[in-house]
Design a protein. Structure first.
Length: 222
């Protein structure tokens, strides 16, 4: 059979999710959220289907829809404290160090449902540099799948949403980017069922080429 042809995506700026996209924090997420689900009489496996990509209070609201939001917000603060204290098993997604190194000096932003403290802790635990522009939980009034975070990331970089490319692993994140009018490169197996515009299993098959006209080409190598 002939060799597969590389896929090339052209954009002007990149909007990067963190968990599952740059950082593999699944071990922590599974520990913290499984324990939370058990405490509330919920199926941990079902809970983990909802948690990825969302802020914690939004996950709680989805799983316990009749509970007052102020309870979710208070419990989310406890969850964030647990997650900040647990970095065991937090590692970079394969290829993330080289990928971020290639973005130095190019327009890119982190758009994450984590708060700033957790973002700093997880990126440091994975040995990754923080992008120059950060859109964290404190930056928005609504969690993914609401598009607010991605719209703010594009605006902070000075680009129209359609001139950006989002990198995402979760259904909530992909839905948020698409709602913002931003095409999506899905990262990893979680992204596949949610119809990203392109997909790669990890970042170690992705190269970035800047051009004199300001565009960037991402090449996905088979």
């Amino acid at each position: 059979m002939p060799a597969a042809t590389p896929i090339r995506l052209t954009t002007r700026a990149l909007l990067l999710d963190m968990d599952g996209t740059l950082v593999n924090s699944d071990a922590v997420v599974e520990r913290c959220w499984s324990a939370w689900a058990v405490r509330h009489g919920l199926d941990p496996v079902a809970a983990l289907e909802v948690v990825h990509g969302r802020q914690g209070h939004a996950t709680m609201a989805a799983l316990l829809p009749d509970r007052p939001m102020e309870v979710n917000l208070a419990e989310n603060e406890q969850m964030l404290a647990e997650e900040r204290a647990d970095t065991e098993g937090v590692v970079p997604v394969p290829g993330a160090p080289a990928f971020l190194a290639a973005l130095a000096g190019l327009p890119h932003a982190l758009v994450t449902s984590a708060d700033l403290a957790l973002a700093r802790i997880r990126m440091a635990a994975a040995g990754l540099p923080l992008p120059p522009v950060l859109v964290t939980a404190e930056s928005v009034g609504a969690s993914k799948p609401d598009p607010e975070g991605f719209l703010k990331g594009a605006a902070a970089l000075g680009f129209a949403p359609a001139d950006c490319l989002a990198l995402e692993d979760s259904g909530a994140g992909i839905a948020a980017a698409h709602a913002a009018g931003i095409p999506v490169l899905g990262i990893g197996p979680r992204a596949v069922p949610h119809h990203p515009d392109a997909h790669t299993p990890t970042l170690d098959t992705v190269t970035v080429t800047p051009h004199p006209d300001g565009t960037l080409t991402l090449t996905l190598h088979p």
